[in-house]
Write a protein of this length. Structure first.
Length: 318
């Protein structure tokens, strides 16, 4: 046609699926265990979500139990349990994320500034050890320190002429105890990721800064901290994805299954679901809470990723 340029559209060549699999068969085999894991443990159990909308009983089974719609969710909302569980779970996870990342970055920078190599290796090993201590042992240690009758803390108070404290009856103090135990266990392990990022910084940049007379604080502020920004954002996004999933082992072993005096400040979604299933055999309510937990976490990840993409697309997950 006159006055118009004919545009040629070149379609990109796409390899057939069979050829892609043959060309990357080694990588496919390496990915196969992870794919099977998610299929078996994540996708296959998904039909069980239907329990949250039924009055489940063992005789009729999952799909034969009476359908009740959103009554299980309505019960949780009216009882106030859903708000309490959401508040506690988000509070603890935000505390773990913010305090944990701050201390991990601080610890990684401090270890990086150590000039003695053997002392640096010994320090990293010692800081890494608490991560391998089980939550059961942490609960035992806490009980031996905080127990009213024979705990080390109350024994010390008695020896100094004071009145012992019933810590296992004081709900207000347990958020600090739980956060302290989690930070003690996780900080050393989490600092390894940031320390690896610091080791990946181009040494020529650091050496040039030293030649120009930059102090240690200036190197940390203008070189190390900006270099840790991508790692920090990615770890934050991953952590926000699990903000509705609490550390069940830690909470269960520190608080126990039956200390109702501490539930207002320590009960999270995982402990509630476990207690409801084991003590009351109420699978419908437990499934409703679990479904709410998953949907809330999914929406939070999508929103956080959208915010990061608006600010800086290079740091977004997808």
């Amino acid at each position: 046609m006159k006055g118009r340029k004919q545009e040629l559209t070149i379609k990109p060549y796409k390899k057939p699926l069979g050829k892609v699999i043959r060309d990357n068969k080694v990588l496919m085999l390496m990915c196969l265990p992870a794919v099977l894991f998610f299929i078996i443990f994540a996708y296959c159990p998904m039909p069980g979500v239907y329990i949250a909308f039924t009055n489940y009983n063992f005789r009729d089974g999952i799909f034969g139990s009476p359908f009740v719609g959103f009554k299980n969710f309505e019960f949780l909302l009216k009882s106030g349990q859903l708000w309490l569980l959401t508040r506690n779970t988000i509070f603890y996870n935000l505390s773990f994320i913010l305090l944990g990342n701050f201390l991990q970055i601080t610890l990684a920078i401090m270890v990086n500034e150590i000039r003695c190599n053997w002392f640096k290796k010994v320090s990293q090993t010692i800081m890494f050890l608490p991560y391998f201590i089980s939550a059961v042992l942490i609960g035992v240690l806490a009980f031996n320190i905080l127990n009213y009758d024979t705990g080390a803390l109350n024994t010390l108070i008695r020896e100094t002429g004071g009145n012992p404290v019933k810590i296992y009856s004081m709900a207000g103090i347990w958020p600090f105890v739980i956060i302290l135990c989690n930070i003690w266990q996780q900080t050393g392990y989490g600092s390894i990721v940031y320390f690896a990022s610091i080791c990946g910084i181009d040494s020529q940049i650091v050496e040039a800064a030293e030649v120009d007379g930059a102090t240690s604080l200036q190197r940390i502020r203008y070189i190390i901290l900006p270099s840790l920004k991508p790692t920090f954002i990615i770890l934050m996004l991953f952590a926000l994805g699990g903000i509705m999933k609490g550390n069940f082992g830690l909470f269960y072993n520190l608080i126990g299954p039956a200390n109702s005096q501490l539930f207002p400040s320590t009960d999270i979604i995982e402990t509630f679901v476990f207690r409801t299933m084991m003590n009351q055999n109420n699978f419908a309510t437990s499934s409703a809470v679990g479904l709410y937990q998953s949907l809330f976490g999914f929406l939070l990840v999508m929103f956080s990723n959208w915010v990061v993409k608006k600010i800086d697309p290079d740091y977004a997950l997808f």
